[in-house]
Design a protein around this ligand. Sequence first.
Ligand code: ZN
Length: 346
Amino acid sequence: MAQHFLLSAKARHLSIEQVVGLSDSAILALLKHARWFSDDEQICPRCHTRHSAYFIKTRQQWQCKHCQYRFSITTGTIFQYHKLSLRQILIAILLFTTESKGLSAISLSHKLNVQYKTAWVLLHKFREGLDKAKDLTPLKGEVHIDGAYTNYYIRPKNFRHKRIDRRKKRYQREDKSCVLVFRQRAANQAVMKGADRTIVALIKEENTQDILDLTQRLVKPQSTIYADENPAYDSLTFHYDLWRVNHSQEYCSIEGITNNLAESFFARLRRAITGIYHKMKNKYLMYYANEMAWREDNRRKSVKEKFEQLLNCCLNALPSRDFTGYWQGNKKGEAVFGLASLTETI
Ligand SMILES: [Zn+2]
């Protein structure tokens, strides 16, 4: 049997030792490349002119030659107003990208020796960077769709006579919601086994209207769709080549129809919830689900590639609207559902 990708030398290429050992000028050079893809040219965050700005060495800032605006390497990026040193941010990015099921804020706070709050906000800024960079161009070919409920668990009471029938709608939690996933099978299975693109959305429950709207937005017409037996997917049959698998009867039908690309995504998401994050509030659920989608789609990239990709996303995302000044009272609005959930944070 072939060696698992994560065990191979190809998956590594970047160690924590290398990041810790970087000199200050090497860190600046690394960030300049990730942000502007250049050593000597910068883009002014105010007038957007690309040129070689005047570098003020003592302040580690540039001054624009056109509008005189002074900016640092993090001005106008998700890391604007950062409290941690650039080195700590790079270490956090490395730790975040090496995990396969996520990194909890408490764990990061111990590793960096910073407050829990600081680590929590930094991790959410990474997620926001990934979210703003996500690709929503429609999927094509073979696409698997499925929904998974979150925030549904109700702990049974100790005494039997106090227990409720947790299946009944009137007893269900108000914040129960559903993550809908769309996964596209890679065109060349020899290069990439399984899915190569994953898009997530948030809905209140699996219903015909939301599923139709989202599918028409995210999947090209004439694609082949695999879904389970839930009647909410019935209407897709008019627009797509729809195949079903009835999970109460079988996981793989006689014709070989499965919904496994979607199921394997949820396997990871569920393990991230039970094992790492423990709780995902609805208003942050899209960030977490999109993080898991990014981890899935980049599972065959080396740590170095993922590190560079995340750094690039964060340095090309505008300052965080939801997490800048979070602990000073700036809180994100409540969750939105359906089509709006795709673009809420972009
Ligand atoms: Zn300027």
